[in-house]
Design a protein around this ligand. Structure first.
Ligand SMILES: [Zn+2]
Length: 338
């Protein structure tokens, strides 16, 4: 399931390459034909992510709301942005990736400064003339696919909605939600969602988060994934944030010390920012350059506890535990998070 950073990156893709130009909206699969007809020919004027949901505002006041869920994915082609991290993670160490890596110094630095460096070197592929032939899939992971042969490419598979401009195309497959909303409906949807660090004032978000957590008897591990409490956190960030805070996952929210709850929010602000900049859920700080490259390239080298059942804790050596909680796998260190 895509976590918040992925959805913010998808919204940015729309912001850069689909706004302020007429968009042909169709439903090649047919299931969204009526909705597509309501949006067809209008311009997108705003692209926003709130947690795991994305909202595209069109110039006549209607919105498209999309929730990818577990299986959803966007396929982009044409003039789109592929950043250094995605290109390099794909094994395409071209000029773009080299720029992304050589900008970094040799000293060991935290993930914070690195994320910023990478963001600064994001490669916009906009050009004059014919649309580019690049193709990029954006869901939980991002993957550069084989170039298209002509623009626009034929839809592949069950495309719920296709958004097409002169220069770029986006095909949506397998979403949990894809619907047209009025401004009132968008407001109502967002009102039910917990705060997202990148939407509105993060200080206000922090107060909402603290208030919601501190009144609930639910284990903190479940509250972090409750989209009504906080937006965008999924299974990976949840496990990693609790380890970073050295917090027992089963402590009821109302019994977690307030300074820890605040630290969890601030850590989410930080990790989400890095995730949006790099496209990867980088959750380990102060890595050497070599370890940072390993973390970018491989999930196994990227996390403290996520997906590390039975492996030694990177801090204390105790085997990492896993247990199902609320239908999802929870990973933690029984010593550091006692
Ligand atoms: Zn440990």
């Amino acid at each position: 399931m895509p976590e918040g950073h992925s959805v913010h990156r998808i919204a940015r893709q729309f912001e850069r390459h689909f706004e302020h130009t007429p968009v042909a909206v169709t439903s090649p699969q047919g299931r969204f034909a009526a909705g597509a007809a309501q949006l067809d020919g209008h311009e997108i004027v705003r692209s926003e992510a709130v947690g795991k949901q994305m909202f595209l505002e069109f110039d006549h006041g209607l919105w498209l709301r999309v929730h990818l869920g577990i299986y959803g994915a966007w396929d982009f082609a044409g003039d789109i942005t592929v950043d250094a991290t995605t290109a390099s993670a794909n094994g395409r160490m071209g000029q773009t990736a080299m720029r992304g890596t050589e900008s970094r110094g040799t000293e060991s630095r935290g993930t914070e400064s690195r994320g910023t460096d990478l963001a600064a070197h994001e490669d916009s592929l906009s050009s004059m003339g014919a649309p580019r032939l690049t193709r990029l899939r954006m869901s939980e992971q991002e993957k550069v696919e084989d170039d298209i042969e002509s623009f626009p490419p034929e839809p592949i598979g069950a495309v719920r909605v296709r958004l097409l401009t002169d220069r770029a195309v986006a095909d949506l497959r397998g979403p949990t939600a894809c619907e047209v909303q009025t401004p009132e409906q968008v407001d109502a949807t967002i009102a039910k969602l917990g705060p997202d660090p990148l939407v509105g004032d993060p200080a206000v978000g922090e107060e909402r988060f603290v208030a919601a957590v501190r009144k609930k008897p639910t284990p903190i591990a479940l509250l972090l994934m409750d989209q009504a409490v906080v937006s965008g956190i999924g299974n990976v960030y949840r496990a990693e944030m609790l380890f970073r805070a050295r917090q027992n996952p089963f402590t009821p929210g109302k019994e977690v010390r307030e300074e820890v709850v605040r630290a969890l929010w601030r850590d989410w602000v930080k990790l989400l920012t890095i995730g949006v900049a790099t496209g990867q859920m980088l959750t380990m700080d102060d890595l050497s350059d070599a370890d940072y490259q390993k973390a970018l390239a491989s999930r196994a080298d990227r996390h403290w506890v996520y997906h590390r059942t039975g492996e030694p804790c990177r801090v204390c050596g105790t085997p990492i535990l896993m247990q199902e909680l609320g239908g999802r796998k929870l990973y933690w260190c029984p010593v550091d998070q006692a």
